[in-house]
Write a protein that binds this ligand. Structure first.
Ligand code: SAM
Length: 212
């Protein structure tokens, strides 16, 4: 794999990091990087997609990978088996598909990827977490979502903790609650209006000063 023209993110004016972040994705990512990874200079985004993590942020050189060649900013690769040496980047960031069993008409499924069976999604997310840990020299961030699907709650956080342990911190990003929800004939569970970022560091979960 060749890496071409990484993106240099220089717009650094993050808002203070809070456990609940009612902000756009790049603001949340920038605040996490600023607070937890001030010592990071390079990052790989293993699921670059449309690059929505990176319109704002810290001074970080970001390499964008995706399995879909039309989305792979710098390299095409599979997050379940990344062909890069351990510790290749200071920071790895992983935003896997989180849907399984979506219908052909699902806009979310088409935009972000979906697996036929929940077990396949779980296996892929677990493998991606292991790969993120390997590739990261300093630490890694996994975006996940605990949500209701087919009458039950999918706890993605359980997959993460079983696979790579408990994170140093978790930050929740909340959507505007006034947004119109999809149609449910009856409601038996909460609407999910947030996603979460699990933050890991190789040097341990202690929250302390770190410098470049
Ligand atoms: C939830 S989206 C990521 C969105 C991205 N953070 C953004 O800002 O647009 C998941 C992405 O993972 C990619 N993907 C799905 N399976 C993959 C795999 N096995 N390896 C690498 N990328 C994969 C999809 O093409 C999609 O772009």
């Amino acid at each position: 794999m060749t890496v071409t023209q990484p993106l240099l993110i220089t717009d650094a004016a993050p808002v203070p990091l809070q456990s609940l972040m009612p902000y756009e994705t790049p603001v949340v990512v920038a605040s996490i990087v600023h607070t937890h990874f001030p010592d990071a200079q390079t990052a790989i985004d293993l699921t670059y997609g449309h690059g929505r993590f990176w319109k704002n942020g810290m001074r970080l050189t970001v390499t964008g990978m995706d399995r879909d060649p039309s989305r792979a900013k710098d390299l095409v690769g599979d997050f379940t088996a990344v062909q890069l040496p351990d510790g290749s980047f200071d920071l790895a960031i992983f935003d896997p598909p989180h849907l399984a069993d979506t219908g052909a008409a699902s806009l979310m499924g088409r935009a972000y990827g979906s697996y036929r069976r929940l077990a396949d999604l779980e296996a892929a997310v677990r493998a991606g977490c292991r790969e993120a840990r390997h590739i990261a020299r300093i630490g890694w961030i996994v975006k996940y979502c605990d949500y209701t699907h087919a009458s039950r709650t999918i706890f993605m956080l359980r997959w993460l903790t079983e696979e790579i342990g408990w994170p140093a911190a978790i930050v929740h990003q909340v959507r505007d609650p006034s947004q119109k929800p999809g149609r449910w004939e009856h409601q038996y569970s909460p609407r999910t209006i947030h996603s979460s970022y699990a933050i890991y560091r190789h040097d341990g979960p202690l929250h302390r000063e770190r410098r470049r």
